[in-house]
Write a protein that binds this ligand. Structure first.
Ligand code: SF4
Length: 295
């Protein structure tokens, strides 16, 4: 197995040449500062700095909600970003670019272009989803989300995963295509509690569910399974019996391996990952046991 240092040396040897040979470098931006025309990128690896200083042309492609009024505003939010994203006081590289290289500059691009991307963002203004435009993509909501931790980022199927993706993606590609995302939430509220921009994510996911319901977009198997669940939920003894039966059968079926690579009706899950078999008893039986031991 290669040591991290030798992997780094190898990657650097190959990639550095590509950075040096590139005509154009394209970056995003964590912030765009209106008062100075500055684009700001934050990385821990320095890859963004190579991209924007070595090639002759630097193109910044960023969505409109990245614009903040002043440098002072940017510096306030920057502190929140590093702290909420990786728990750092400050990211390793924070680079501010304001135009092409000047005569006295030792390096930098000869041309500097900023492309502003709307792509549906302005339609969020004045709606119940407007607060989402405050998102600084720190990722704290994802890191604390029990659903994201279980399913991983690819399961969200588009650019933005986690709770912020569950709100943003239906806005950008339509609730008819992404209505399942706001449904993939336990509404535990951890995402909202950790969000440094105080974005009410669960409330907005609820709004998407309402819209999906109003437009009758929920798939039929989803509504029929919910009806089945509601039937059991209204009959507690039956519910407890069925939950116990399902948990025990799945545990016995999984045997010593403790997980399933395939399972009927769970194909969407097992296509990309194993499904852990239930461990221990049902929630109710564990709760009863705990309550008994406290007495
Ligand atoms: S919604 Fe909040 S916690 Fe999630 S990425 Fe955006 S700013 Fe960070």
């Amino acid at each position: 197995m290669k040591e991290p240092e030798s992997l780094l040396r190898e990657a650097r040897g190959i990639l550095r040449e590509k950075f040096l040979a590139a005509d154009v470098g394209i970056t995003g931006a964590n912030f765009l500062v209106a008062e100075t025309g500055t684009s700001v990128i934050v990385t821990n690896e320095g890859n963004g700095d190579l991209t924007q200083t070595l090639p002759k042309v630097h193109i910044v492609l960023a969505s409109i909600e990245k614009i903040v009024p002043t440098l002072e505003d940017m510096s306030q939010i920057l502190r929140l970003l590093a702290r909420s994203a990786t728990g750092q006081e400050m990211s390793v590289y924070t680079t501010l670019s304001t135009g092409p290289r000047r005569k006295s500059d030792p390096d930098g691009p000869e041309q500097y272009h900023v492309i502003l991307l709307d792509n549906g963002r302005s339609t969020m203004l004045g709606t119940e989803f407007q607060d989402m435009l405050r998102c600084i993509r720190c990722g704290a909501c994802m890191n604390h989300c029990p659903v994201y931790q279980a399913v991983g980022g690819h399961a969200y199927g588009w650019v933005y995963p986690g709770p912020m993706g569950a709100v943003l993606t239906p806005t950008l590609i339509g609730v008819d295509k992404a209505g399942h995302l706001p449904n993939a939430s336990t509404f535990c509220g951890r995402c909202e509690a950790v969000c440094p921009m105080h974005i009410p994510l669960p409330k907005m996911m609820r709004h998407w569910r309402e819209r999906e319901f109003e437009r009758h977009l929920a798939p039929s198997e989803y509504t029929s399974n919910l009806k089945l669940w509601a039937w059991f939920a209204k009959r507690p003894p039956m519910y407890r019996f069925a939950a116990r039966l399902a948990a025990t059968s799945l545990r016995l079926l999984a045997r010593r391996r403790g997980r399933f690579s395939t399972l009927p009706m769970a194909g969407a899950w097992t296509k990309d990952r194993d499904l852990p078999a239930p461990q221990g008893g049902t929630f109710i039986s564990q709760w009863k046991r705990q309550r008994g031991s406290r007495r």
